[in-house]
Design a protein around this ligand. Structure first.
Ligand code: AMP
Ligand code: GLY
Length: 424
C-alpha cells in the first residue's frame, strides 16, 4: 500500500523510517518532508494545511492511508475534509476529526472533558474578557505558582507559569484583553500548579479498542539541568524508569479507559494517537494535557522500541480491529538528543551546511529542520536533527546518542549533554 505522511519534523522522519520497514508498505510520500525523509520515500512540496493540494497528491499517487503528524491540520479538520469528499472518504486518515482534536485544540474543552469523566487533573477555571474580574479573584485562591493557559493552539507558547500573584494578574489581563496570544487567548484556563515529575504516555485507538505504546520523557528547556526557555523538545528517553507497570496500570484505569470510553459515550469518533501528558505526583498520575498526535521528540524514542509491524497497527486503527493486532515492545532503552540551531528558541541561524552525519556510529539520525541544496544538507529549522540510540540499558543509550550528536557539525549547532542522565 501507499502511505502519505503529513509533516516535516523529526517525528515524521521517524514515522517514515518505521513504516518503510513494513512489507505491507510499497511507497511512502511525505508532505512536505525534509532532506532526510527523502531516504524513505518521496517528498511532495505541499503544506500540511493545504487540503486541496493534499487531495490532489492522494488521488494522483494512489494513496491508501494518510498519517497526520502535527496537530494543526487535525484541529482544522483534515480528517473531516476527507470524509466529506466523495473520492477521499474511503481513504483512512490516522488522526481524529476536528471534534476529537479539540482535546488538544481547546484547553477549556479538554479540562471540561476531564471533569466530566473524573479524570484526575489540577483544579482549574476558565475565564474570558467578560469574566476577567472573576478570574482576578480566583488567582489568589489556588496557591503559587499559578499556571495560565491560552485556550487555543499557540505553537507551544501558550502556557505561562507565574511565580507571583502580581505576575499572574498582569499576564491574565494581557491574555484576555490585549490578545497576548491572539485569538488563542480569548479564553484562558487558570490552573493549579502540579508538583511532580512529568512524563508522556501514548495511546493508539480505533475509537473502541486501544493499545498503550511505550511511554517517554521529554526534556523541554533549552539549557542543561532543565534551565532557560521552553523549546519544542531537546531530547527524550523511553521507557521512563519511574513509570513502572504499577504506575502505568493507574494511568490505564484512571486516564486511558475513562478517556476512550468518554469519547465513545459522547459520540466523538477518534481514530489516532492520544498523547497523555502527565505529572507523576507521589506515584499518582495527574493530567497536564492531551495532544491529538504523537510527541516530537518522543516519537523518535518510542517508535524504535516498537517491534511489531507499524503498518498493521495503523490498519487496525483504520479498520476498527486494533484489538486483533499485536504490539511487541522491546525491552531496550531509546534515547534521543536533539541538535538545534544556534539562537533557538529565539531568532536562530539558518542555511548552515551540516557535516558529519556519516560519522554517527550507534545511533540513527532523524532529520527535522533540514533542506537539501545540491549536495548539501542545510540546517533550516530550529530543531535540526534528532539523534536516537537504542541500547540494552539507559546509560549506554544516553551516552551513545550524546556522543553521536557531537560527531555532527554545523555553524551554531547546540545540543544538551545531560538528556536523561537525571534518571540514572
Ligand atoms: P502544555 O502546553 O499544556 O504542555 O504545558 C507546557 C508545560 O507547562 C508542560 O509540559 C508542563 O511542564 C507545564 N505545565 C502545564 N500545566 C502545568 C501544571 N498544572 N502544573 C505544573 N506544570 C504545568
Ligand atoms: N514534545 C512535546 C510535544 O510534542 O508536544
Amino acid at each position: 500500500m501507499n502511505i502519505l505522511i503529513l509533516g516535516s519534523g523529526g517525528r515524521e522522519s521517524a514515522f517514515a523510517w518505521k513504516l518503510a520497514q513494513s512489507p505491507k508498505c510499497s511507497q511512502i510520500f511525505i508532505a512536505p518532508g525534509n532532506a532526510g525523509t527523502g531516504q524513505y520515500g518521496t517528498n511532495v512540496n505541499i503544506g500540511v494545511n493545504d487540503f486541496e493540494g493534499i487531495k490532489q497528491c492522494v488521488l494522483s499517487n494512489g494513496i491508501n492511508l494518510v498519517l497526520v503528524g502535527p496537530e494543526e491540520p487535525l484541529v482544522r479538520g483534515v480528517h473531516d475534509f476527507f470524509l466529506a469528499d466523495e473520492r477521499l472518504k474511503n481513504i483512512p486518515v490516522i488522526g481524529p476529526q476536528a471534534e476529537g482534536a479539540q482535546l488538544e485544540g481547546s484547553k477549556d474543552f479538554s479540562k471540561q472533558f476531564m471533569t466530566r469523566h473524573n479524570i484526575p487533573a489540577a483544579a482549574s477555571q476558565t475565564f474570558t474578557a467578560d469574566t476577567l474580574q472573576e478570574g482576578l479573584a480566583y488567582l489568589p485562591t489556588i496557591g503559587l505558582p499559578i499556571v495560565l493557559k491560552a485556550d487555543g493552539l499557540a505553537a507551544g507558547k501558550g502556557v505561562l507559569i507565574c511565580a507571583s500573584l502580581a505576575e499572574a494578574q498582569q499576564e491574565l489581563k494581557e491574555m484576555l484583553t490585549e490578545a497576548k496570544f491572539g485569538a488563542a487567548s480569548a479564553k484562558v484556563v487558570v490552573e493549579q500548579f502540579l508538583q511532580g515529575i512529568e512524563l508522556s504516555v501514548f495511546v493508539l485507538t480505533d475509537g473502541n479498542n486501544y493499545k498503550i505504546l511505550p511511554s517517554a520523557k521529554d526534556y523541554k528547556r533549552i539549557g542543561e539541568g532543565d534551565t532557560g526557555l521552553n523549546t519544542g523538545g531537546m531530547g527524550s528517553v523511553s521507557p521512563v524508569p519511574f513509570a513502572d507497570a504499577e504506575f502505568i496500570k493507574k494511568v490505564e484505569d484512571r486516564v486511558i479507559i475513562p478517556t476512550v470510553e468518554g469519547l465513545k459515550s459522547e459520540g466523538i469518533p477518534y481514530k489516532g494517537f492520544i498523547f497523555i501528558g502527565l505529572m507523576n505526583c507521589g506515584g499518582d498520575p495527574y493530567m497536564i494535557e492531551y495532544n491529538c498526535r504523537m510527541g516530537d521528540p518522543e516519537t523518535e524514542s518510542v517508535l524504535p522500541r516498537i517491534e511489531s509491524d507499524f503498518v498493521e497497527l495503523l490498519l487496525g486503527v483504520a479498520e476498527g480491529n486494533l484489538n486483533e493486532k499485536e504490539l511487541i515492545i522491546s525491552n531496550k532503552v531509546a534515547a534521543t538528543v536533539v541538535c538545534v540551531a544556534g539562537g533557538y528558541p529565539g531568532e536562530y541561524l539558518k542555511n548552515k551546511a551540516i557535516t558529519g552525519m556519516e560519522n554517527v556510529r550507534g545511533s540513527h539520525v532523524f532529520q527535522a529542520g533540514t533542506t537539501q541544496q545540491g549536495d548539501d544538507v542545510l540546517a533550516t529549522g530550529g530543531r535540526v536533527l534528532a539523534i536516537t540510540s537504542l541500547q540494552d540499558n539507559m546509560f549506554d543509550a544516553l551516552q551513545q546518542a550524546t556522543a553521536d550528536a557531537s560527531r555532527i557539525y554545523y555553524d551554531g549547532c547546540y545540543f544538551r549533554k545531560d538528556i536523561g542522565f537525571d534518571l540514572i
